[in-house]
Design a protein around this ligand. Structure first.
Ligand SMILES: C[S@@+](CC[C@H](N)C(=O)[O-])C[C@H]1O[C@@H](n2cnc3c(N)ncnc32)[C@H](O)[C@@H]1O
Length: 261
């Protein structure tokens, strides 16, 4: 709440009819606390919880009725196909699984949300892309060593995904802060990405993003959905270096790969 407070107070000061969206809301715990602290005492303002599991939506809806939280709304839907209000002031996604975080960011960007706050969950898509693209990026020198092993690919893939998420927000005009959510003893999925919309777009960040996609050979759901393409000039050709004189050991630990995680 302390980390979200500046964003909520900012939008409440500027938009009395504040619209807050919690994407992948689960039991809507985040929404209930936000409502209690910021909306209950206000004359207006709504909080929309979007959750894919109908049982969780129903339970949270019943709890909201019992508490008299009448401006809490619930929708059972996938984040990418949900019906959103025309205008969103703050969109949050706390531990929305895998590419669901990307779906939430796409919704925030498309609806011009003033603020966005995501704490990404597990990520598998980019690790799988890194594995697929290894031959393309092999001539990029030592960088490909960062994800030669399955375990490193998962960690690096997750990190790269969040770097792309932050940079994409910047490219679409957000000022971004990346920070720790809580103590590591509580969660390993601990990266909070906060964005505040300050421009329509940021050309410098867009160019950096397109280069990053080209140099790493990945294109996650977020950038695909938003039509961001890798910079053409930066695409690295497959390695044309001669075959190694000695056989190279094949990768031993496919079982721990994340492509099916
Ligand atoms: C790890 S839980 C987190 C729940 C809640 N945000 C919290 O922090 O307590 C992730 C939730 O996101 C929901 N979810 C995952 N992908 C989704 C999607 N694409 N659309 C809607 N809900 C989704 C899951 O059903 C689950 O309830």
């Amino acid at each position: 709440m302390g980390l979200l407070r500046p964003a909520v107070e900012d939008v409440q000061a500027r938009h009395p009819d504040t619209v807050l969206v919690d994407a992948g809301s689960g039991n809507a715990y985040l929404g209930f606390v936000l409502y209690e602290l910021f909306l209950k005492g206000a004359a207006s303002g709504t909080l929309l919880s979007i959750e894919g599991r109908p049982d969780l939506t129903e339970r949270a809806q019943g709890r909201a009725q019992r508490l008299g939280f009448t401006r809490m709304q619930f929708q059972t839907a996938h984040i990418d196909t949900a019906r959103y209000p025309e205008r969103i002031h703050l969109l949050m996604a706390l531990h929305a699984c895998d590419t669901a975080t990307d779906d939430a960011l796409v919704a925030a960007i498309r609806h011009g949300a003033d603020h966005v706050a995501v704490v990404p969950c597990c990520q598998a898509e980019v690790a799988a892309q890194l594995k697929e693209k290894r031959p393309v990026v092999a001539s990029s020198g030592s960088m490909s060593l960062l994800y030669a092993h399955a375990w490193h690919r998962r960690e690096f893939g997750s990190h790269l995904t969040n770097v792309i998420r932050a940079l994409t927000l910047e490219a679409f005009g957000y000022q971004v802060t990346v920070t720790e959510l809580t103590g590591w003893e509580h969660s390993l999925k601990n990266e909070l990405i906060l964005g505040r919309r300050v421009h329509r777009e940021n050309r410098r960040a867009r160019v950096q993003l397109e280069r990053l996609l080209a140099e790493t050979g990945v294109n996650p759901k977020l950038t695909r959905e938003l039509g961001v393409k890798p910079a053409a000039a930066a695409i690295v050709e497959p390695d044309s270096s001669p075959e190694p004189e000695f056989p190279v050991a094949s990768e031993p630990v496919e079982a721990s790969d994340v492509s099916g995680a």
